[in-house]
Design a protein around this ligand. Sequence first.
Ligand code: HEM
Length: 405
Amino acid sequence: MTTGSATTAPKIDLLDAASFADGQPHEQFTWLRENDPVHRHAEPDGPGFWAVTRYEDVRSVGRDPATFSSTPSVQIPDVDDGGSLGDHQMMLMMDPPRHSKYRKLVSPFFVPRSARSLRDRTEALARRIVDDVIERGECDLVEDVAGKMPSYVIADLLGIPLEDGRELYRLTEAVHAAPETVPEGTQLEAGLRMFTYASELQARKRAEPGDDLASHLLAAEVDGHRLDEMDFNLFFMLLIDAGGDTTRQLVGGGVQTLFEHPDERRRLQENLDDRLPLAVEELLRWVSPVVYMRRTATRDTELRGQRIRAGDKVVIYYGAANRDERVFIDPQRFDITRSPNEHIAFGGGGPHFCLGSHLARVEIIALMREILVRMPDIEPAGTVTWLESNFISGPRHLPVRFQPG
Ligand code: HEM
């Protein structure tokens, strides 16, 4: 991983997944924040975009949906659905006031209200996940440990079997895979299987509603209308998707970060119960699993002296903002007791601020504690492979070994 500051412009290609091949390109980000904080970036198959890297600007763009819209896409390329979605859209790609109406339907399930029972449940899941590998003395921490937690937790919330959650999560991975890395037709097939699962779930939950998020969504109304089949399916896919890679990358990337900072790791393990909550905030800042979100300008405007035109793509880089020396003291230092720590790994507080931030923290704390208590001697045991993505960052495979117990 590269850190520190450069005095001359480094080669900047924020589209190439290779730029994120061993962590985020912090040297480039540092240079951009300092020298070109609203940078015009070329896009070989598109019109180009503005790369925004300072904390203050990332926040202000994310908080102004009237000027910086989440429609048509929050990723850099426009997605061509061939018209199949019609007027339907995932909430992540909607703007207020429509967005607020949809978000209200699910937000009651994500507030800290039921903190106690959620904690008990996630702790039980963390035990089960570590039980499954502890006798082996080695595993792939990302695949066998970190990835299980979010898929189990969202399955619980939706009211479906845990193993179905795991399978659905694998399907979202196939949907997101770079096309050249999977056999032709895989992505389409995975998408169709998810849709079929969601449609069958609707039928089941309509016949036998339960006290779960899926049943609640089926009974909910927007502007006096029940959600139709496509609305439900898109919600379902967003919920499975949004909490999966993000939480997995944070835990996998988190353990990897502790390997790279043995002194901080020792400080954490010496006093785990007291230090873990702050350490997790620092891991969120440090790893920033969501690299960016894109917005699209709705009108001509200006940002740090750059003229942005209506229709321009504006990309806000959370990982860059989270190392901004204007906000964080010694930002390139990983400090498990950093306080205050106003990182924006979950977004900068606009209408799309991560719906699952509370849930994610509870999951991450439960799982990190279980790992460090039951595998106190955990160490790397092979080559780390990084996720091939410019959108989500972190290790995809992290072989580890530990004392079987
Ligand atoms: C949105 C990060 C875990 C559900 C977001 C956004 C970010 C983010 C950066 C966009 C914020 C914005 O545009 O202002 C993360 C990180 C996570 C995590 C770093 C874990 C470490 C979760 C979990 C869930 C979840 C566990 C649970 C299902 C969502 C949803 C949205 C969202 C539904 C869209 C909200 C909307 O459009 O209103 N998240 N997230 N996330 N997140 Fe998370």
